[in-house]
Design a binder for this molecule. Sequence first.
Ligand SMILES: [Zn+2]
Length: 438
Amino acid sequence: MRIAASVERSRGAVQLGRSPASVGAVSRLDSLRSLQQHLPPAVVDRLRPAVQSARRVVGARVPTTPPGPSPYVQWHGPDATSSTPALACTPIADIVLLQGRAPASSVVEIELSDGRRLAASHRFLHPDAAGHGPADFFELTLDHHVLTSGDPTSYPQHATLIVDGTATPHSVEIPGVPSPAAIVGVEHLNECPACSHDIMMPTGRRQFLEMKTCQQCALVMTSPRPAEDHTLVRYSERYFEEEYLPSQQLSASLTAHIDSILDRVEAAKAISPMLFELGVGGGNLSARATERGWTVRGTDVNPASVQHATARGLDVWLENVDHADSLGGAYGAIVSEMSIEHVRHPEHFCALAADALVPGGQLVVYTVSAEGQSFEHSGMASPLVGPAEHLFLYSAGSLVALCERNGLRVDLVWRNHSADEIGIVASKRTDVANPAIR
Ligand SMILES: [Zn+2]
């Protein structure tokens, strides 16, 4: 079923609007949605008890805050006024991602080290010129096909992006222009990290990367994906200061959102007041959890984040959970809020979480949804799609599978379709003895 959608900005976040004629269809579609209907028959049969349990809980509980647009600022690029072009370049495997803001009338060119100039024909308004994101935003990706103009013997050693829309043309050196020979360590996912199924169907391409969908649990994943070294370079101090932190400015809606996450695990505090956060980021959630009486610990993969959170008085250490042996303690609650989509091995994190929870403790994961409105309607043009950074887009089935396969009992699955976000709460079963604790 195709539903016409228009896009509008509202309160700094993205909402999908609909034509009146489609509202009834959407309502019917929403009413038809259930966990089971999102899952292929094979996985429904296998997961039926958990899904039924989750549906009962969903039906029994009213979310603390009604679904609405994401509280996060959607624009993550360099901040500048339209009269002051700003550019950011990020080398990712065999591509260079460039984001910037410049007047719409600007000429965007790439000057190669041999003096040739190429028009940057990949320029486009993000994501589809339909109206959200700054109007003067552009994003383009370059790979060696563009930089060589099809002649692999003419590969440039250096290249400069030039934006000429003002009295003084703005330029930025493209860092570390990768050559075809530099493409190393690309990983193919031969089985689904969530459910172990081995049949994945191509879903689309963006930034010269391909995403596939697991045919059993509907997890959407980047495969093949850049080697870890290439994705980790993204999480730099500049990224943290210029792209991430501006999106984390505390507002009433963001605080309400954080509280709605913490409300999900509030009951577990009576079991243990220790809370672990994966991907502390700017520390807003951990700080709020501390205010609410939790003793909080956490990790982040970005040194700038750890420094920032530590300066806020939080107990945070630098660690890449993909290589961690443990979460460093026993916890009543473990929270991953908009971080698991960046993790290369989510099954490893879930196993560590299951080990680290005390019996009765709860894991809450809130992440990017593969079942939200913009992905459903815009596919790979959706603003949530960034396959070099968001390595996974989660379905209800994939989150249930991740938790169940690690011995956690699913308590709750909830989705915010309009914000393309999904969450799950799962408990450490009290009938499973944990020799690490007892
Ligand atoms: Zn799967």
